[in-house]
Design a protein. Structure first.
Length: 328
């Protein structure tokens, strides 16, 4: 299965690993890349030397293309410079107008992906010279930029972007979702939640267990986990922190139950506070079920922990079968 964006990105199948903070990025990105997709790493919180180290680690695990994701609501010039110095093929920009970073990335020889939540944003991104648009629907897990559902957003963005390829994101977790994305005019799928339930993700085992137990109604779109990243809506698994906050009448920041209380600790990162935007990692200790556990509405399609490469192959095989059934 190949689409034109595969040739542009140098990949074999139209699957892009969503850039997810808090996962063990190099092994997961490399596993997806080795299976023919595009591995992505969210490295925008690391110091420049940390970015360089993670890129080197990924390179030790794969010789195939992968990309780095940067949050443009914060200064990223130094991290982008490291990516370009390391000859990273793809730079993904997220959470706002990418501005001059597009031209800087192009000058350094990188392709640019930009995540949008509306057709108007997509048009602006095309005008800036973005190479690939990621249309992120409201169903997506983690931090969600827009408020339009994937089914409505993707065709609107495809129309607005013209010949610029579009990758669909949000609620896609199996081959049926990939086939649907292609039917809507996208050239591939950006998939995150399904890969959290992979052997390489490096997130806490309890988090993975809860992902596998979740149904399509098990997530909430909220702004609750805002410490460290305020004013940034997100989708998470419903948990005890959310339930306690709702039971207390949804009080504002500063008066929420247990606010300021340390609920856990991640080695090398530090204490985790209630309401903190912090992924429970493999080595995290404490009250895991009180932490921010990112998940999209496609979570119910994660049935088992599998190697990421097998997940890629399973999704592609199912999409091929669905498209064949439809007479493509």
């Amino acid at each position: 299965m190949k689409t034109p964006v595969c040739d542009l990105l140098g990949i074999e199948v139209p699957i892009v690993l969503a850039a997810m903070g808090g996962v063990d990025a190099p092994p997961l990105a490399a596993a997806v890349a080795n299976a023919g997709g595009l591995g992505m790493m969210a490295l925008w919180t690391l110091p420049p030397e940390g970015v360089r180290s993670q890129i080197a680690r990924a390179r030790s695990l794969t010789d195939r293309p992968f990309g780095v994701n940067l949050n443009v609501s914060r200064p990223q010039a130094d991290r982008l410079a490291v990516c370009l110095d390391e000859k990273v093929k793809v730079v993904s920009l997220f959470w706002g107008d990418p501005g001059d970073l597009v031209a800087q990335a192009h000058a350094g020889g990188a392709l640019v992906m930009h995540t949008v939540g509306s057709a108007a944003e997509a048009k602006r991104s095309v005008e800036l010279g973005v190479d690939v648009i990621v249309a992120q629907g409201w169903e997506a897990g983690g931090h969600v930029w827009g408020e339009v559902a994937t089914m409505a957003l993707v065709p609107a963005v495809v129309d607005a972007a013209g010949p610029t390829p579009v990758i669909a994101a949000g609620g896609i977790a199996d081959g049926r979702g990939l086939a649907a994305a292609l039917a809507l005019g996208a050239q591939g799928a950006w998939i995150g939640t399904r890969f959290l339930a992979s052997a390489e993700a490096g997130v806490h085992p309890r988090y993975q267990t809860l992902l596998l137990a979740a149904d399509e109604a098990a997530t909430a779109y909220t702004g609750l986990f805002d410490i460290g990243w305020p004013n940034a809506p997100h989708r998470v698994l419903r948990n005890k922190t959310l339930a306690a906050w709702e039971a207390a009448g949804r009080p504002p920041p500063g008066s929420r139950p247990d606010e300021g209380k340390a609920i856990g600790h991640t080695p090398g990162v530090g204490d985790i506070l209630a309401y903190q935007s912090s992924t429970p990692r493999a080595g995290t200790e404490g009250d895991i079920e009180a932490m921010s556990m990112w998940a999209g509405q496609g979570v119910s399609m994660a049935k088992a922990i599998m190697p990421a490469g097998e997940i890629v192959r399973e999704i592609v095989a199912e999409a091929d079968k669905v498209l064949g059934t439809l007479g493509r």
